[in-house]
Design a protein around this ligand. Structure first.
Ligand SMILES: *Cc1c(COP(=O)(O)O)cnc(C)c1O
Length: 337
């Protein structure tokens, strides 16, 4: 499964979904019906699984309208889905979500057995998949093993009850890269698809960053020593400096927390962000690289011999790459190559 929720982690799901399908993704994961409909609207016909919850439960009818496979995470949801299907005389299918230790969405292992038994005995309903989500695949091997074991016990129940073989799936990117035992019938990478990882990448795997983030110097000034830059005057030049202005700010997704902390690439050199990140613009010190108006600026990506990875920007901001990806706002045009 290609997990393309949150507009493919900010990359643009409509552009990336066909590429994922062409390259062998059997299914696309989204986190709401709206996201699924957005993909159906561009003619994506591959199976789509809504990984999120549905509220109110009558909205299962929308899932059926758009052929989006719903997740069921309670007995009430299972029964409602069946009722919605019966009202239009159509059989229904779902993936059952088990909470094996994430504490987010899902039924307990015990409740899962009851729902599976009900599904075996009930006409017009099919369990297409059984899945769970790992909370610590990047950090805690023992808890990951425990979750995998709990999941395995549900799979045994499935076999014992003689259900028509559902797809079993558990692994996110970190588990895909680290734990063979979590792979089951299908894996659900999200962030790894975009060439990023929060765990060390095995040498047998090559991940290439899909996204680079570009801007340009649109204004330049030479200023004397002690010159204040941006809101709050949190930065003052230490000597005569060449300060450039870029038309990108926190409304575009540059975290305000990297004020006076982050860097960008200009002419192959690292230039510090000086002063506070503002809504629409940031200032950088280009004294060292002799920047010119019109110079290309890389916020994330490679330029000559240097590279700023999304994870590096995330570290400056005190967060993870996921949040930076998702924070790049609509106002930044995506160009697909
Ligand atoms: C987001 C998500 C994934 C993908 O997670 P990554 O860490 O990006 O690989 C997989 N499964 C579920 C249920 C998710 O919510």
């Amino acid at each position: 499964m290609a997990v393309l929720k949150a507009d493919a982690y900010g990359h643009g799901a409509q552009a990336l979904a066909p590429i994922a399908v062409q390259n062998g993704a059997a299914m696309i994961g989204v986190s709401s019906l709206e996201e699924g409909i957005h993909l159906r609207d561009t003619g994506i016909r591959a199976p789509i699984l809504n990984l999120g919850g549905i509220y109110p439960l009558d909205n299962f009818s929308i899932a059926l309208d758009f052929n989006i496979t719903p997740t069921v995470a309670s007995f009430e949801a299972a029964r409602t889905l069946l009722r919605v299907g019966q009202a239009r005389n159509c059989p229904v299918g779902f993936h059952l979500k088990i909470d094996t230790g994430m504490g987010r969405l899902g039924v307990s292992v015990e409740e899962a057995e009851k729902i599976l038994r009900w599904a075996v005995e009930t006409k017009g309903v099919q369990v297409l998949g059984v899945y769970s989500h790992l909370s610590c695949a990047d950090s805690d091997p023992r808890f990951t093993e425990l979750q995998t074991k709990r999941f395995g016990s549900v799979i045994k129940t499935v076999a014992r009850l003689g259900l028509e073989k559902p797809l079993n799936h558990l692994a996110n990117s970190a588990a895909l890269l680290r734990y063979r035992k979590t792979h089951f019938d299908m894996v659900r990478p999200g962030v790894a698809l975009f060439g990023d990882s929060i765990v060390p990448i095995p040498t047998s795997v090559s991940l290439f960053p899909v996204l680079s983030w570009h801007s340009r110097i649109i204004f330049l000034k030479k200023v004397p020593k002690g010159f204040p830059i941006s809101y709050g005057r949190t930065y003052r030049t230490k000597k005569e400096s060449l300060i450039a202005t870029l038309p990108v700010g926190y409304a575009d997704g540059v975290p305000r927390s990297i004020s006076n902390k982050g860097y960008v690439l200009v002419r192959g050199g690292r230039c510090p962000i000086v002063g506070r990140v503002t809504m629409d613009q940031i200032m950088i010190d280009v004294t060292k690289v002799h920047g010119k108006v019109g110079d290309e600026v890389i916020l994330v990506g490679r330029q000559e011999k240097d590279e700023i990875r999304i994870g590096e920007m995330a570290k400056w901001a005190g967060t993870i790459s996921y949040e930076i990806f998702c924070g790049i706002s609509k106002r930044v045009p995506r160009v697909v190559k």
